[in-house]
Design a binder for this molecule. Structure first.
Ligand SMILES: [Zn+2]
Length: 200
């Protein structure tokens, strides 16, 4: 019996191989375009959220501060001011373990964080319950303890830096649209990992 060469199978095989070779290429335009569009949309959504926030702090910071304010209510005991002339400078605040720490909420919040001898503000870059207790006692809003980087104003500013205020509103609108639709493709020239050989 003589078998005829199966040309259809070989042609199917080569046809199957072709798309696989395309999938392994570094640039997949549709996927890259999707990523670029989603990141542009995310930028626009975040920028809108920053400008629509009316509170002193962004929502995530509000959650952390609300937790601190609730925990500060559990601090029982007398708070003693070290300097009556400058009540923000130093206060002896009771802890949950019936000991005392010293809280300092003076200074410029654009320059420095608040301080406390419990070590939490210097470690986390965020006020502690003793700072909150201290602030409440002298009539200060606990949200004024936040460093500027954690405020809504700083959140807005990071988006305003990319879109200069000197540009016209129409120009800013065009830039936002271009950010949403621009597809950033990788370079066609692949960079070699190894160093170039100097001698043949
Ligand atoms: Zn503390």
């Amino acid at each position: 019996m003589i078998y005829a060469p199966c040309t259809s199978r070989s042609s199917n095989f080569s046809r199957r191989q072709q798309p696989r070779a395309n999938n392994t290429s570094p640039a997949c335009p549709s996927a890259t375009r999707r990523r670029a569009t989603s990141s542009g949309t995310r930028y626009y959504v975040n920028r809108t959220a920053a400008h629509s926030c009316q509170h002193k702090a962004p929502p995530k910071v509000q959650e952390k501060m609300q937790d601190l304010i609730e925990r500060a209510e559990a601090l029982k005991g007398e708070v003693t001011m070290q300097d009556p002339a400058n009540q923000a400078r130093g206060a002896r605040v009771p802890t949950l373990k019936n000991t005392f720490v010293t809280s300092d909420i003076s200074g410029d919040r654009r320059q420095t964080d608040v301080q406390c001898t419990c070590g939490s503000p210097s470690t986390n870059g965020f006020p502690c319950i003793h700072n909150v207790k201290h602030a409440q006692l002298i009539g200060m809003d606990p949200y004024d303890l936040l460093h500027y980087k954690d405020t809504t104003a700083a959140w807005r500013e990071q988006y305003d830096r990319t879109l200069s205020s000197r540009r016209s509103p129409r120009r800013i609108s065009t830039m936002i649209k271009s950010i949403r639709t621009t597809c950033i493709l990788p370079s066609r020239r692949l960079r070699l990992v190894a160093r170039r050989r100097l001698c043949a």
